[in-house]
Design a protein around this ligand. Structure first.
Ligand code: TXA
Ligand code: MG
Length: 366
């Protein structure tokens, strides 16, 4: 049996959807990220197949960004609404020019772009830029802008370089569900609907890239992620932050309130209040650090009723906690657990991205 009791088996039937498009599915194959496998994967992208690949943040579900039919398959497989645009992944400055029309940027935005790319690319930062006319509308959901990212991962960069073109890729999970940080998460969730999966081990960063819009008069973080706001502000000065809700969802459609969610309901609790987490049979507790767990255990007078207790980072390290977040939630998303009670991380650095994902996981899904 797979990790999830195979709740996503129904998605396998989507393979038949491919028949009407330009390619048929290869049937899923998991490859290592050796040079030979990367060549095979690049050839598959060129033929219009979908390739799931590792990045430093989470695994992506890639297709040739200029092949409309291949990109359409990404939306089918993920059951992703067409209004939610994709990130285009590049591996060199030429690909940036092929994807974004930098001539439309005013001098201030251009300055911000070079400061950011010089220090933070490759890395977990996605930049919203005016799009080149040639980028298909299906990639950008009809927006005049395109999201561009240069990942900091050997296999991802080599794959894109061998394919020699930009690769459109959302996270390789069904829409709204937890993002995958291992090849096994992708195969469990998407099964045969993906043609190839490159196994590059666990993703180091563990939360998705920060999405930053630099087109307006003031740069704005549309999604907190792997690069903390403080790091961006040190380079380009104060940035605005789109908060969750309708305005943010319109600016960046992936900012829908309920997102990044396990099937098990989640409740969140303020950082620094470990004593407020309940002790219930059939529930799991998720602590940010070992000290909070110890406070919770210290307050108990009888044996605990809680089914499972997890800690993101024993010593309270934000990098380690982010890297373990989705993987830990996967582990707790199982039939014997009826609710996950999660203590939020400190609201600073990567803690902002961790808390954003936990709060979204806790939002109602209607
Ligand atoms: O770390 C990551 O960013 C991963 C890896 C695979 O690179 N990708 C990822 O993609 O998280 P996805 O599709 O799950 O999230 C992309 C986010 C969504 O919130 C989407 O709405 C936003 O980027 N986005 C894409 N294009 C946009 C645009 N033109 N304007 C505003 N937001 C955009
Ligand atoms: Mg995603």
């Amino acid at each position: 049996m797979d990790l999830f009791g195979n709740p996503f088996a129904c998605i396998a039937s989507l393979t038949t959807c491919y028949a009407g498009l330009t390619t048929v599915s290869l049937g899923m194959e998991i490859l290592s990220a050796s040079d030979k496998d990367l060549e095979k994967a690049a050839a598959a992208l060129a033929k219009g197949f979908l390739v799931a690949f590792p990045t430093e943040t989470v695994y992506g579900l890639g297709a040739d960004a200029f092949n409309r039919a291949a990109v359409a398959k990404i939306f089918e497989v993920k059951k992703r609404p067409r209004f939610d645009p994709l990130i285009v992944h590049i591996a060199d400055p030429d690909m940036l020019e092929k994807t974004a029309d930098l001539s439309q940027l005013d001098p201030a935005a251009r300055k911000r772009l070079s400061a950011l790319t010089e220090k933070l690319w490759p890395g977990p930062l996605t930049i919203i830029l005016p799009k080149q006319k040639t980028v298909p509308d299906i990639v950008t959901s009809g927006l005049p802008t395109v999201a561009v990212r240069f990942p900091d991962h050997r296999a991802a960069v080599k794959l894109i370089a061998l394919f020699s073109g930009p690769v459109a890729a959302p996270s390789a999970n069904p829409f709204g569900y937890l993002s995958p940080t291992r090849a096994g998460h992708v195969s469990d969730m998407l099964g045969d609907t993906v043609d190839l999966i490159l196994d590059g081990g666990a993703s180091d960063v563990g939360v998705e890239s920060t999405v930053l819009d630099i087109c307006g008069s003031r740069a704005c973080i549309l999604r907190p992620g792997g690069v903390p706001a403080e790091t961006i502000e040190a380079l380009i000065g104060p940035v605005a932050s789109a908060s969750a809700g309708r305005a943010a969802a319109l600016a960046s459609p992936g900012m829908l309130k309920s997102h990044y969610a396990p099937r098990t309901p989640v409740s969140v609790y303020q950082n620094g209040t470990p004593g407020s987490l309940p002790d219930e049979p059939g529930s799991a507790l998720l602590f940010f650090d070992g000290a909070s767990r110890d406070i919770w255990i210290g307050k108990k007078t009888a044996e605990t009723k809680t089914a499972s207790i997890a800690v993101l980072s024993e010593k309270g390290d934000l990098l380690e906690a982010a890297a373990k977040l989705f993987e830990t939630l996967y582990g707790l998303d199982r039939p014997d657990i009826k609710r996950i009670h999660a203590l939020l991380a400190p609201e600073e650095g990567l803690g902002v991205a961790i808390n954003d994902r936990l709060r979204r996981a806790a939002s109602d899904r209607d």
